[in-house]
Design a protein around this ligand. Structure first.
Ligand SMILES: NC(=O)C1=CN([C@@H]2O[C@H](COP(=O)(O)OP(=O)(O)OC[C@H]3O[C@@H](n4cnc5c(N)ncnc54)[C@H](O)[C@@H]3O)[C@@H](O)[C@H]2O)C=CC1
Ligand SMILES: N[C@@H](CC=O)C(=O)O
Ligand code: NA
Length: 818
């Protein structure tokens, strides 16, 4: 026979009770009738508590009483034919009269005992069970109401009574036998003591009732019907990607629910655990869900951990003292003191020196614990053998749980890597001696980020999410958003990766969205839903969202974002940028960015700073890291100038060709930065620094290729005008080159600790002669590439290739999926 327990939400409304009846119809096809255990209608227990408290304070409680009556009567009127309503309405009315008299007595006394409170609460389960048993009788003629106070016997610890197992087993069996063939509807949560006074079973009490009955009657299984899809890999309110677990062992379920999973309350399972009766958690509102099975010999899954549980509010108490802590008997005295005073210790850690102990408790217990300790160890404190206990608040616990953990090396490494990379500071660690759980104490503010990061790290077959905040909505960003949108399904399918844009800002508007910004209509969303742009606020809000796997993308050409990089790294957020201004300002700053990113375990990627999407920065880094020595770098690194020299032919006018380069998206937002060599200089400087030189801007000499008037043009418009006025200068250059069968090339060189950019005319024997479009070319001569240099060549400017380079940098963040 099966026990089916339905929680408050499952009996809370006409719809849920109808669903419950359908479930019973199916279950009734089994050979033996099920036993149904019911909770009070959702919210009713709270109302009863409120009424009892009001009565004890001499306040009016009639509103609540009316509300409770109304909720039951509404269900009866909706689910029973008129002729069948009267008998149950009458019986319920009797209950409500008793309840009212009881409350009146409390009101008169203006005081309430635990015993009276249990009695008040008992009406929640009695009313719901009586009502539903009558409704069920329409379908199942064998339905019978059973008040569990008749056969579940406890001590007199009202509010949290302890069950007399032997007597209860006997009475339950007897009751069951004398009701053979009936379908029993049993009140959850309530029982009675020797004197037949009503007692309650404490937290999770209706589950406990189901387990007690299941154990006494050797049930086939105990079904716990609730409103969620069983036990999940993490709290679904915190982790959107959390999924239901098909199967768990008892120990795993205990460990998981101990730290927060509210689906079942562990102690309630003990009777079932001892008899090895499987428990299955099912969803009344989603009958297609097969349930989470908790049973003996649950199959070990391929996953090293089963779930992540968490408690979002915890305090820790630190105790230290060389003369005391760690000595035999100390922790015994400490923890029996706490247990005597009913302080639940969630977690304990002891330092290896054994001179300190840290334990975690509910915040409301922390001060109480300190007072108790101060009293108990007064002498030791006075003698300075023990230091004053210290309390830390605002903390949370995260625990990973799984029986497989102890057979799988590297679990804690993975946990701490995920936490470390995301800047989550660990205050204390505890590994249960069972090795079924590893728990860490972290700041409450970091909990959501931490649980998500750890979930991503362990459930790698799920998509890992990168949370991206993007500055700039110009040429490059627009193209990046398009590329991301197209590529997203591929990344999800083949790389288990999701890139979510959480924030966008340009100089006018900014928008940050906790759910991410859809890329189909980002522009409209930003314009209609965004607020006035404010860079400082954008960065602050990004940090406050405290997301795991977070990336800040700077796709501007502005110096303004650069001063924020440092603080962004310090918040454990990676930076990806195509903006060269950060890396080409002072060397001290360049070095600080690198060091800070390394210190905080995040990435700083800027491949597109040199040669757009061409793998130049990455190649240089690989050469350096593998121990090669750079002897010489020669390069053409201005896509714009490359394009101009490749197209300034025949009777084309120079300024028109420049305009074309701008229109094709090759130039900087301000094309003067390309033609005056500044953009090229920045690239040479960044290369030199990455090659190990502590260079400043002044270390790169630039041969100017523009007449003075062009260089000094105060606006872009004036610049184009000056280019036109100086047409003869450019034509002369071109003719000189053509006359000697050469081409014009603007070439950078780094050799012997010197960097330069010069305008050259090269003939067909020169390796840089053959270039087309916006091509860049770079040749690395090194110890290992001595005879023939390592050459990278290809389009070095343009929105598509640049956005693609930024895209690649973004998905390389975190490294694991690349
Ligand atoms: N075009 C190319 O081939 C390549 C470009 N790059 C770099 O890409 C970067 C972007 O270039 P484009 O997209 O063409 O520029 P753009 O001028 O089209 O767009 C720049 C965007 O940045 C925004 N912006 C500027 N200052 C801002 C601030 N303080 N806060 C928020 N947003 C701000 C602007 O509103 C604009 O949306 C530049 O740094 C450029 O050097 C790098 C490699 C190649
Ligand atoms: N404006 C730049 C673009 C790449 O950084 C260029 O022309 O090379
Ligand atoms: Na590059």
């Amino acid at each position: 026979m099966n026990i089916l327990k339905f929680g408050g939400t499952s009996v809370g409304s006409v719809e849920s009770i109808s669903a419950l009846l359908n479930i019973l119809t199916k279950e009734n096809q089994q050979q033996e009738k099920p036993i149904v255990v019911l909770s009070a209608m959702s919210g009713v227990t709270n109302l009863l508590t409120a009424m009892a408290e009001k009565a004890a304070l001499g306040q009016d409680y009639s509103e609540e009483l009316k509300l409770i009556e109304q909720r039951h009567f509404d269900v009866i009127r909706a689910l029973l034919p008129a002729a069948a309503q009267n008998p149950v309405l009458t019986k319920l009315k009797l209950y409500f009269n008793e309840l009212e008299e009881l409350l009146q007595a409390i009101y008169n006394l203006q005081e309430i005992s635990l015993q009276a409170k249990d009695l008040v609460l008992s009406y929640g389960e009695r009313c719901s069970t009586l009502m539903i048993s009558h409704i069920a009788k329409q379908k199942f003629s064998e339905a019978v109401f059973a008040d569990a106070t008749q056969f579940i016997k406890t001590d007199s610890n009202f509010g949290q009574a302890k069950v007399d197992t032997q007597l209860t087993d006997f009475l339950v069996k007897d009751f069951y036998q004398s009701n053979a063939g009936k379908m029993l509807f049993v009140t959850g949560f309530i029982a009675s003591n020797d004197a037949n006074r009503v007692t309650t079973l404490g937290r999770g009490g209706s589950d406990y009732t189901a387990a007690i009955l299941g154990s006494a009657l050797n049930a086939n299984e105990i079904q716990i019907w609730t409103d969620v899809n069983g036990m999940m890999t993490a709290d679904p309110r915190i982790v959107k990607k959390a999924f239901s677990l098909p199967e768990l062992s008892y120990i795993e379920a205990m460990e998981l629910s101990y730290f927060g999973a509210k689906v079942i309350y562990p102690p309630t399972m003990t009777p079932a655990f001892l008899k090895q009766i499987p428990i299955v958690i099912k969803n009344t509102f989603d009958v297609a869900f097969e349930g989470t099975y908790i049973r003996h010999g649950a199959k070990a899954s391929a996953l090293p951990i089963k779930g992540i549980s968490s408690i979002d509010e915890i305090s820790i108490v630190n105790l230290a003292g060389s003369g005391m802590v760690g000595k035999a008997g100390f922790s015994g005295r400490l923890f029996s003191l706490l247990s005597r005073e009913q302080i639940n210790v969630v977690l304990i850690t002891q330092s290896s020196s054994e001179h300190s102990i840290t334990f975690a408790v509910k915040p409301s217990d922390a001060i109480k614990a300190v007072k108790l300790i101060s009293k108990e160890f007064d002498l030791e404190l006075q003698a300075k053998k023990l230091e004053q206990p210290e309390v830390e608040n605002g903390l949370a616990v995260l625990a990973i749980v799984g029986e497989n953990m102890k057979h799988t090396p590297g679990i804690s490494g993975k946990l701490f890597h995920a936490l470390g990379r995301n800047g989550v500071n660990v205050h204390a660690i505890a590994q249960g001696s069972s090795e079924y759980n590893i728990s860490v104490i972290i700041a409450k503010a970091d909990l959501s980020k931490a649980v998500n990061a750890v979930h991503d790290a362990f459930y790698t077959s799920l998509n890992k999410t990168l949370h991206v905040f993007c500055l700039g909505t110009g040429n490059i960003s627009k193209t990046l958003f398009k590329q991301l949108q197209v590529q997203m399904p591929f990344l999800a399918k083949n790389n288990d990766l999701q890139v979510k844009i959480m924030g966008i800002s340009n100089t006018r508007k900014m928008l940050l969205s906790p759910n991410g910004i859809a890329l189909e209509n980002w522009e409209e969303t930003l314009n209609t839903g965004g607020e006035s742009a404010n860079l400082e606020e954008f960065v602050a809000k990004m940090k406050a969202m405290n997301l795991p796997n977070c990336v800040f993308v700077d796709n501007t050409a502005s110096p303004q974002p650069v001063p924020f990089y440092q603080g962004i790294f310090e918040s454990s957020i990676s930076v990806v940028t195509c903006n060269k201004i950060g890396n080409s300002a002072s060397f001290a700053q360049y070095e600080m960015f690198k060091n800070t990113a390394r210190k905080f375990g995040v990435d700083f990627y800027y491949e597109t700073n040199v040669g757009a999407g061409l793998p130049i920065i990455r190649t240089l880094k690989d050469l350096m890291m593998s121990g090669d020595k750079i002897a010489r770098i020669e390069a053409i690194l201005s896509g714009t100038i490359s394009y101009i020299f490749n197209h300034f032919k025949g009777d084309a006018a120079f300024h028109d060709v420049v305009k074309e380069a701008q229109e094709l998206g090759y130039t900087e937002p301000d094309p003067r930065d390309d033609l005056n060599g500044k953009d090229f200089m920045r690239k040479m400087l960044i290369l030199a620094r990455d090659a190990g030189y502590a260079f400043e801007e002044s270390d790169v000499s630039i041969q100017n290729m523009l007449p003075d008037a062009c260089l000094q043009a105060p606006t872009v418009e004036e610049f184009y005008h000056q280019l036109e006025l100086n047409a003869a200068y450019f034509t002369k250059l071109k003719q000189e080159a053509e006359a000697s069968k050469k081409v014009l090339r603007y070439i950078g060189k780094l050799e012997d600790g010197k960097a330069s950019i010069t305008l050259q005319m090269v003939d067909e024997n020169h390796p840089f002669y053959m270039l087309s479009g916006s091509d860049n070319i770079i040749s690395f001569t090194t110890d290992r590439y001595k005879e023939r240099p390592l050459v990278v060549k290809g389009p070095g400017a343009g929105a598509e290739v640049t956005a693609a380079g930024v895209f690649a940098d973004i998905i390389n963040v975190g490294g694991e999926k690349a």
